[in-house]
Design a protein around this ligand. Structure first.
Ligand code: BMA
Length: 862
């Protein structure tokens, strides 16, 4: 290495994404190496690209891919020798993520061994770079050992621990790697390995190692203060007494709104220093969630430069100015659990998120954006990053910031009793610090939760837990040691690194009570589908203070099914390959149960898809609609997050949008009940399938309006009573004008009775107008739907420009339009009653293309 410079020089970054090849570690010879398109990558995709592996998403190929996860793999590249590494400068290899048991060698010498996928690494390689000749390139090699086998080895080394879990091999608990790689009840077992996040070589004399931005907003919202601080590495490399200048700026778009110079103060040791600044934004433009305002994003930048103005390093964070509170206060229902943003209470209707591909490196920033964009018109406010996946990519949080989707972030522990041996605790601590630091500035991030369902595992396996025992030593020695992680380690880290983000020990967590306690904390309500398999019509009565999981499976789109079914003859609902692409315990029974309880079932595939999707639609509607109503009852329910928004491969699961981003009908049903102003109508439930159940003589019904508006609105409301058989109104409609609708709450408007003895089966059809505009509808049907007849519905769908005008002569349940590639519908999965034409806007339908197909419940009946 030659070239000596004694003035500090700007940081230089060499991207190391190209020039890689890989091989099975034990294969010898140059022929064993195959090219890698680009790093980050995963070994499965690299094998597919080289035609050494059939696409594991097709048919039964997942099984054929098993060997990949049982082998060791080596990746290599060369790094061109940098021409100049100035005196006093450093060379660092930065690995943002290695999956998982990695052994890294530079020029044949070990420079790093790592065993935590979630941990970034920085390795000082100055000596190796400096000691080489100018014309000598460097070889970089990363070898991955099979995590599946390593996990079992580590597990065996810890007989003192009870490895218990739901989903996957219990050995997964011993390894810090995305837990869903071990297979989940919606995902294949594909044990990835590889350089899954960027790698680069950095050369610098001085660097911003961390930038922290804590925002506080004055009570009157006239001023936002940003407490900004940086950690500076390499201050000792200043040459000839040159003073490094630190400058902070805040800008909005191109406009700089504040700037400040700061001094660097050494931090004890020789290598670290800090600089802090108090930055101010007057008349701040506030960041608000989707539907409540805009999402202005300010940039806080920091520049290190020499006295002469040479910029040595720059870094920035894009932030939002907002205040977030998790309101947990004693109230008439127990203890509240809801979010308040800039003093506005927000009902968090939204979704849970799983890693959106089995092969994480295939998810582009555009794809992240497309996923989050789906949530916006669907009136969703929150997404929960579930603990069995990953701390998501920056692009995910960026999209949430830009679109106003609040993020609930679990730490990466899921459905298990995690061990706490010293090495894993050290690793978890480093992982938590690194990831909290990486994502804490995102305004969308509103809560950290310690884990997913680990307290439920503890409860079901009767592991030691005494809430009153606050001695951490006892926790660590108990058979539920991870309590230490969730109640001591992680809260400490989040308080130190991101005190502005509320921390919650688990999802769910009952604050010392059982995690399913409905009076406190959040809750996962799985007694519809799993558990006691209740009827979904009573979802609202099963909720807690915040329902962070609940769901119902539905088949994906027919095109998605056809993407993995290789033989025409397997295109029937119960075929082996369709069952294989459903990983949920007892799925045949459960789908069948909910179908036979509610609808006349079918055997033809497309009809069956529609039925399962209709059931999902109904189930989620019953959940969200009822829980949103409770929001107005002293915030009895603070939010509901469906399990799950997305899929990681083509599968039948609880997702509301499938792997190829094709919406299932439930997506639309949710959007309707989460609309800013929505009307709800329902008759009381009767359980028709309990022994000797008779239809009750009468059923009460009620009509209410929910509003997310922050001021009172005046509305007109109407209810019609429409015979299912004839389509005629069986009694006088009720119209109520000038209803005062409470802001950000629920208003009860009408009540009545259905007389099952003297009245024929009929639909309660409600509509609401605000300022003369029809804003929402709801219909309530006699249950179960299977007892109803649907002949001669006389459905008409007329294309008028880019609108579909839809009407029917008799009540129609769940009219679903085809989801065609490239088309966006303003609504689907609608119910219709006579004399109430509905208009659906279609975006993306090209001229000359045939109109969209559609179907509805009982469409085939004569
Ligand atoms: C929840 C989740 C997942 C699981 C889902 C469906 O408990 O946390 O672990 O996939 O249920 O069973």
């Amino acid at each position: 290495m030659s070239g000596v410079a004694d003035t500090p020089v700007p940081m230089e970054v060499v991207d190391l994404s190209a020039g890689w090849s890989f091989k099975q570690r034990d294969d010898a010879g140059e022929n064993a190496w195959y090219p890698v398109k680009k790093v980050p990558s995963t070994v499965h995709q690299d094998l597919i690209d080289n035609k050494k592996l059939d696409d594991p998403f097709l048919g039964f190929n997942e099984i054929k891919a098993e060997w990949v996860g049982l082998k060791s793999w080596t990746y290599r590249t060369t790094i061109a020798n940098p021409s100049v590494l100035p005196r006093g400068s450093k060379a660092v290899l930065a690995f943002d993520g290695l999956d998982t048991f990695a052994h890294v060698r530079l020029d044949g010498k070990t420079i790093l061994r790592s065993d935590n996928m979630f941990l970034p690494h920085r390795v000082d390689v100055t000596e190796a770079i400096q000691s080489s000749r100018v014309d000598q390139d460097h070889s970089l090699e990363v070898e991955f050992e099979p995590a599946f086998l390593k996990a079992r080895e580590i597990k065996d080394q810890h007989p003192e621990h009870k490895f218990i879990c739901f989903n996957g091999d219990p050995a997964r608990l011993a390894v810090r790697k995305a837990q869903y790689h071990w297979g989940w009840d919606w995902g294949p077992l594909l044990m990835c390995a590889g350089i899954w996040r960027p790698v680069r070589l950095e050369m610098y004399s001085i660097r911003i190692a961390d930038l922290r931005t804590g925002v506080t907003i004055a009570d009157d919202y006239k001023l936002a203060a940003i407490q900004a601080s940086v950690e500076v590495e390499g201050l000792e490399n200043q040459h000839h007494g040159r003073i490094v200048q630190v400058r902070f700026t805040v800008s909005l778009g191109d406009r700089e709104v504040f700037s400040r110079q700061a001094d660097v103060t050494p931090l004890g040791g020789r290598h670290k220093a800090t600089a802090t600044a108090h930055l101010e934004v007057s008349d701040p433009q506030l960041w608000m969630p989707n539907g409540y305002g805009q999402q202005p994003l300010y940039t806080v930048s920091v520049t290190l430069s020499t006295e002469e103005g040479t910029v040595l390093h720059q870094d920035s964070r894009r932030i939002g100015l907002r205040k977030v509170q998790l309101v947990q206060e004693p109230d008439s229902h127990g203890k509240s659990f809801y979010f308040r943003v800039n003093d506005v209470d927000i009902f968090c209707g939204g979704s849970c998120w799983i890693p959106t591909d089995s092969f994480l490196t295939n998810v582009t920033p555009e794809k992240y954006r497309a996923w989050i964009e789906l949530m916006v018109p669907a009136n969703q406010k929150m997404i929960r990053v579930w603990g069995g996946g990953i701390y998501e990519n920056d692009a995910f949080y960026d999209a949430c910031d830009e679109l106003g989707i609040m993020v609930w972030q679990d730490f990466m522990f899921g459905c298990g009793n995690y061990p706490c041996f010293p090495a894993i605790l050290t690793s978890i601590e480093a992982e938590a610090v690194a990831n909290v630091r990486r994502i804490r500035h995102h305004p969308s991030l509103v809560i950290f939760a310690g884990n997913n369902e680990d307290y439920q595992v503890q409860e079901s396996a009767h592991l030691t837990y005494d809430y009153e025992d606050k001695t951490e030593e006892h926790w660590l020695k108990s058979d539920f040691p991870a309590r230490y992680i969730y109640e001591s380690l992680l809260p400490r880290i989040s308080a130190a690194e991101a005190p502005w983000i509320p921390y919650h020990p688990g999802s769910p967590w009952g604050d010392g009570k059982i995690s399913s306690d409905p009076t406190v904390g959040d809750m996962h309500q799985w007694n519809v589908w799993h558990g006691t398999q209740e009827k979904y019509q009573i979802f609202d009565s099963l909720g807690g203070r915040f329902n962070s999981e609940f769901g119902m499976e539905a088949f994906p789109h027919i095109a998605t099914i056809k993407s993995f079914v290789e033989r025409e003859e397997d295109l029937y609902p119960q075929s082996h390959v369709l069952d294989f692409h459903n990983k949920a315990d007892g799925h045949e029974r459960r789908i069948a149960t909910y179908l036979v309880e509610n609808v006349r079932t079918a055997t033809e595939l497309e009809a069956y898809i529609h039925l399962t999707q209709l059931i999902q639609c109904e189930a989620l509607m019953f959940g969200y609609r009822g829980w949103r109503k409770q929001w107005g009852d002293d915030r009895r329910c603070g939010g509901a997050l469906v399990w799950q928004l997305n899929d990681c491969w083509p599968v039948t699961s609880w997702s509301i949008v499938d792997y190829y981003l094709r919406r299932k009908p439930a997506y639309y049903a949710m959007a309707r009940v989460l609309a800013p102003v929505a009307v709800g109508i329902r008759r009381s439930h009767h359980d028709w399938s309990v022994t000797h159940a008779r239809e009750p003589r009468t059923q009460d019904w009620e009509l209410w309006v929910v509003s997310a508006k922050l001021t009172e609105i005046t509305a007109d409301v109407e209810v019609k009573f429409v015979s299912v058989q004839t389509g005629l109104e069986i009694k006088d409609r009720i119209v109520k004008k000038g209803v005062k609708v409470a802001p950000n709450g629920t208003t009860d408007v009408l009540k009545g009775q259905v007389d099952n003895v003297h009245e024929e089966p009929h639909v309660l059809a409600a509509r609401i107008w605000v300022d003369g505009t029809l804003v929402a509808r709801d219909t309530d049907w006699p249950q179960p739907l299977k007892y109803l007849q649907f002949p001669d519905r006389n459905v008409k769908v007329e294309m008028v420009g880019d609108e579909m005008h839809v009407s029917a002569g008799k009540p129609v349940k769940c009219l679903v339009f085809e989801e065609r590639e490239g088309c966006h519908l303003s609504d689907s999965a609608i119910d219709l009653v006579p004399n109430d034409q509905q208009i659906i806007r279609v975006r993306g339908l090209k001229a000359g293309e045939p109109p969209l197909n559609w179907t509805y419940l009982g469409a085939g009946e004569q």
